[in-house]
Design a protein around this ligand. Structure first.
Ligand SMILES: Nc1ncnc2c1ncn2[C@@H]1O[C@H](COP(=O)(O)OP(=O)(O)OP(=O)(O)O)[C@@H](O)[C@H]1O
Ligand SMILES: [Mg+2]
Length: 127
């Protein structure tokens, strides 16, 4: 995939003044290429906001997102070549991880060969 570096904060409301105005307080975080990570925290702590910022569905109100050192803060998910599996409705538990990731591409009649090369790099047990 890519090495993802976050150095940002996000407030859904304009002109945040206090900590409680932020969905994500300023944070720096690096996800190494090929790593497996889990985000844990109570409801409302900002997990989905963080994922949406990484995928490009939400633009952080301050700071930057880097993919392999390239500033993609303003780039769309398509420009980032990234896929996201949403919490809801649900993932399909009859499918493997790889099949869940490929499903939107299949329904869009996009050949698997056009999937990001992530498919090839998924562990065999996920396919
Ligand atoms: N579109 C939005 N507009 C305004 N506030 C939002 C929006 N989305 C989320 N929030 C607020 O941002 C904060 C973080 O929400 P977020 O959905 O990222 O948390 P979460 O950790 O994913 O929660 P959950 O475990 O319930 O899915 C919460 O206070 C939430 O109310
Ligand atoms: Mg969530």
């Amino acid at each position: 995939m890519a090495r993802i570096e976050l150095d940002m904060a996000h407030a859904y409301r304009p002109n945040p003044k206090q900590d409680s105005d932020y969905a994500l307080l300023p944070l720096k975080m690096t996800f190494d290429d090929g790593g497996a990570y889990a985000l844990l925290g109570p409801s409302g702590c900002g997990k989905t906001t963080l994922l949406n910022i990484m995928s490009g569905l939400v633009t952080p109100s301050q700071g930057t997102v880097l993919f392999d050192g390239r500033d993609v803060t303003q780039a769309s998910p398509q420009q980032r070549n990234i896929a996201q599996v949403f919490q809801f409705p649900v993932i399909y538990d009859t499918m493997t991880v790889a099949e869940n990731l490929a499903f939107p591409c299949a329904t869009a009649r996009c050949p698997r060969s056009r999937l990001p090369n992530a498919w090839a790099r998924l562990p065999r047990c996920w396919k």
